[in-house]
Every structure is written in structure tokens, then in C-alpha cells.
Write a protein that binds this ligand. Sequence first.
Ligand code: ADP
Ligand code: MG
Length: 238
Amino acid sequence: MGALTLTNVTKSFGSTDVIKGVDLQVEHGEFCVFVGPSGCGKSTLLRMIAGLEDVTGGDVMIDGERVNDRAPAKREIAMVFQSYALYPHLDVRANMGLALKQAGVARDEIRAMTDKAAGMLSLDALMDRRPAELSGGQRQRVAIGRAIVRRPKLFLFDEPLSNLDAALRVQTRIEIARLHRELGATMVYVTHDQVEAMTLADRIVVLRAGRVEQVGAPMDLYKDPANTFVAGFIGSPQ
Ligand code: ADP
Ligand code: MG
């Protein structure tokens, strides 16, 4: 039983078919990266896993349970967006602990969990600040910390580094890789950046116009791309 199983998942907006039948199993502890050009359906697929979009057809299973009709808050997932999505009126600690507070977790426990995540992300000195007082890189670390605090079964990232400058992008990417190792968590990560895909992924899923073009370990796709589209994306000269 995988951490995440998609079975013939489809999505249409009106008469436009955006996801055209995706089958995929992600194993526990795996770092799975969705790559593909802008508009191929990466975010839509991730949002269906998160429950932020209804599926038109097929099944989404998380940890063996069908979650098609389950609200996002009940899916035991945490999502990190490109735009951070922090609450501007709350300080870092409150942003990180909000979901736990809403779930009725005791104050002391929230404190312990936010402190632990802050330590992992070197946010200790920033806990009393509001998002406006933080740099973009710090805001994204808070968003990642907020995800960790919830101890989700599945982490979902949608182009989390896109708003960062080049140096911070590398630093944050390394941090995400380290967290994956330390937490042993299952992560599904969307990007259109080949370097991110190659360096982070255990397995890459190449999407093209709403379909899976090829799935494989980074080096396997690099050495043996199914076609020129995959080769172009993974960067192997043809
Ligand atoms: P990606 O994340 O790979 O760039 P998206 O999943 O955002 O792609 O979008 C895939 C396609 O679905 C695009 O053509 C986009 O315009 C379309 N789309 C996404 N969301 C909606 C929506 N809410 N209504 C209509 N079309 C949408
Ligand atoms: Mg997108």
C-alpha cells in the first residue's frame, strides 16, 4: 500500500480536459517530483491530491484510504505554496501553530512542536515577528515550518522556490532535501525546474498536457528518456 495512489484521475474545467487519466503510486518516504511545462496540469493535480479541487473522475487514495470526498483539513496533508500564504496579522509562532490550535491541540504541545520545527529551520530568533518583517526566504521557511508542525502523512509543494532569488533557491532546496531525510516523510513536489527535479527527486513524473509522459529515477530518465520531450526536460543532449 502506497502513501499516495492515483487511479485514472481526470479533471475537466467545463469542456476543457486538463488532467487526462493519471495513474501513479508514491511510496512511503519517497520524494516524488512532478515536472512539466507551464500549463501541463501540475498544480491542478497537486490541488486534487490536497482536496483543493474536486476530481472529475478516478480515485485519490492517501495511505490506503479513498479521500475523494474528504475536506483538505481531514486529509493529513500539508501544502507549501509559491506565495507562502502566511497570515499577515499573526507572528511566526502563531502562523506555525494555527492549524494545531484549530485542531484543539493543547497549548504546551503546540509550543513544543513549533519550537522543534523552528529549530530545524533556524527560525528560533524570528518567532515573534510578523510576515512583513521577514525576507522572502524567511517567509518560505515559516511556511515549511508550518507544514512540519502538522506532522502530515504527505507534504505537497507547489513551486516553493519560485519567488526566491538564485542563492536562496539553492539554500532552501538543500534545506528541503535535508528535512526530507530527517523526517523520512513522503513528499510530492511540483516544479518546472530541471535542476530541482534532478537533485531532489527519488522519482520524477514528467507531465505533458495532462498526461504522464514518463516516470523514473532521475538518472534513468536522463540516460534513457522515452522521447525528445522528456529528453528536453531532463536536459540530456540528444
Ligand atoms: P501548471 O501548474 O502545470 O502550470 P495548471 O495546473 O495550473 O498548470 O493548469 C493546467 C491547465 O488548466 C491550464 O491550461 C490552466 O489554464 C487550466 N486551469 C487551471 N485552473 C483552472 C480553473 N480554475 N478554471 C479553468 N481552467 C483552469
Ligand atoms: Mg502551477
